[in-house]
Design a protein around this ligand. Structure first.
Ligand SMILES: Nc1ncnc2c1ncn2[C@@H]1O[C@H](COP(=O)(O)OP(=O)(O)OP(=O)(O)O)[C@@H](O)[C@H]1O
Length: 213
């Protein structure tokens, strides 16, 4: 049997740092989010909530900085949940059994997610409540976009959920989600929120594609 080259990487080992392009790094980061959505129920809930916040930011009459703040908050909650999941994995690797330091680390990381989520809720109230009279004035015109936003959120949260189901269900959820984005886009005052909702739906759909691989 031939000897392996002295500097050959063992199978499955990560490539040396800096030996790949920025697109490859982006793809791994995206994979990390998709796989976390498959594992963590909390992240699936946050993806769905992120869709609702994004649709609100798209449709409500807000200043650009208010829209940006809401979208940033939604992204921060998702980022915090991904970091929390990473920390849990590292803690389980370092301390597989019950350990007081493991508990402290996990609870502190969960607290970071809670802080971001609470901040987002407060920002939503502070920015969203003053916009309600203007939204109410648009009356029935917003019923369909609001129902569609709920549908997109439900599809985004359901796509990565565990359980055995046919691919056809996933495809129906993804197509339904895309169709739901259309009325939201039509009612939107700015495209950034629609783009954010579409990205979250794409993440959910990609996670579903990876399920059972
Ligand atoms: N190795 C451990 N040693 C001691 N306590 C632990 C350990 N792992 C978890 N715990 C405690 O149990 C709680 C729940 O742990 P679990 O891993 O189920 O987190 P979780 O509820 O899924 O958290 P999250 O919702 O952030 O993913 C932790 O917050 C922590 O208080």
């Amino acid at each position: 049997m031939p000897e392996p080259a002295p500097h050959a990487r063992p199978p499955g080992a990560p490539p040396p740092k800096g030996a790949h392009g920025i697109l490859r790094s982006f793809a791994w980061a995206w994979t990390g989010l998709a796989e976390t959505a498959l594992r963590e129920r909390n992240l699936r809930v946050q993806l769905a909530a992120g869709v609702l916040v994004s649709c609100f930011a798209a449709v409500a009459p807000l200043a650009p900085v208010e829209r940006a703040l809401l979208l940033l908050c939604a992204a921060a909650v998702i980022a915090a949940e991904a970091a929390n999941s990473a920390l849990e994995a590292v803690v389980d690797l370092a301390a597989p059994g019950v350990d007081e330091r493991a508990r402290i680390a996990k609870d502190a990381a969960a607290g970071a997610v809670l802080a971001f989520a609470a901040g987002t809720a407060v920002a939503l109230l502070a920015i969203g409540l003053p916009a309600l009279p203007a939204l109410r004035a648009r009356g029935g015109a917003l019923v369909v976009p609001a129902a569609a936003a709920l549908g997109v959120a439900a599809a985004t949260g359901a796509l990565p959920s565990p359980g055995r189901r046919g691919r056809v269900i996933d495809v129906a959820l993804a197509v339904g989600g895309v169709a739901g984005l259309v009325p939201v886009a039509r009612a939107a005052e700015a495209p950034a929120g629609v783009l954010a909702a579409a990205l979250l739906l794409a993440l959910g759909a990609d996670a579903a594609r990876r399920r059972g691989r």
